[in-house]
Ligand binder design. Structure first.
Ligand code: AMP
Length: 161
């Protein structure tokens, strides 16, 4: 399926039921697929990514299936972040790594490949070869930044008040 079609289907929530049936992370949560866990809680679990970007690359996921952020209840979303925060702090304080990157792909066009919300916790060490490559969009002046913020507020305020 074309990426744009997949994105449209996902945005409409159409992929949810079928995707849940074959969801690889639901299989892991159910114990039908192997994973190397570092944390198992009542609502959230964390395990090693099968194709790590760095050594110890973790995925923190809710037990409950939600294909993307908008279908994850805010309380569980907060738990996912809290667990990631604790893992990152523990790994850094124990000396496993010097720092961490947290990353979440929400949506096909954002690079999401597994449609069960997951937060990547990527331990960082010297010369680990990991980096984000992106082209910055110059340095807009304050008027342009304010105009963008204003436009975004009109999109955000119905949701946040
Ligand atoms: P994303 O692009 O954010 O959807 O990333 C999905 C991640 O899930 C990738 O980093 C994959 O390597 C990882 N992944 C896919 N299948 C498994 C699996 N069975 N066990 C652990 N990690 C997996």
């Amino acid at each position: 399926m074309h990426r744009a079609d997949a994105a449209a289907r996902q945005n409409a929530g159409m992929a949810t039921a079928a995707a849940q049936e074959r969801c690889v992370f639901c299989e892991i949560v159910a114990g039908r697929l192997a994973a190397s866990f570092v944390y198992t809680g009542d609502d959230v679990v964390a395990f090693l990514d099968i194709r790590p970007l760095t050594r110890g690359h973790l995925l923190v996921i809710p037990r409950q299936h939600a294909d993307r952020l908008e279908r994850l209840d805010p309380q569980t979303a907060a738990r996912v972040f809290t667990v990631a925060q604790r893992l990152a702090v523990a790994l850094r304080r124990s000396g496993f790594c010097a720092g961490t990157n947290l990353f979440l792909a929400d949506g096909v066009l954002a690079g999401q490949e597994v449609f069960h919300v997951h937060l990547h916790v990527i331990p960082r060490t010297q010369r680990d070869g990991f980096g984000l490559r992106a082209k910055r969009r110059g340095q807009p002046d304050r008027a342009e930044l304010d105009a963008t913020a204003g436009q975004m507020r009109t999109h955000i305020s119905p949701a946040l008040g």
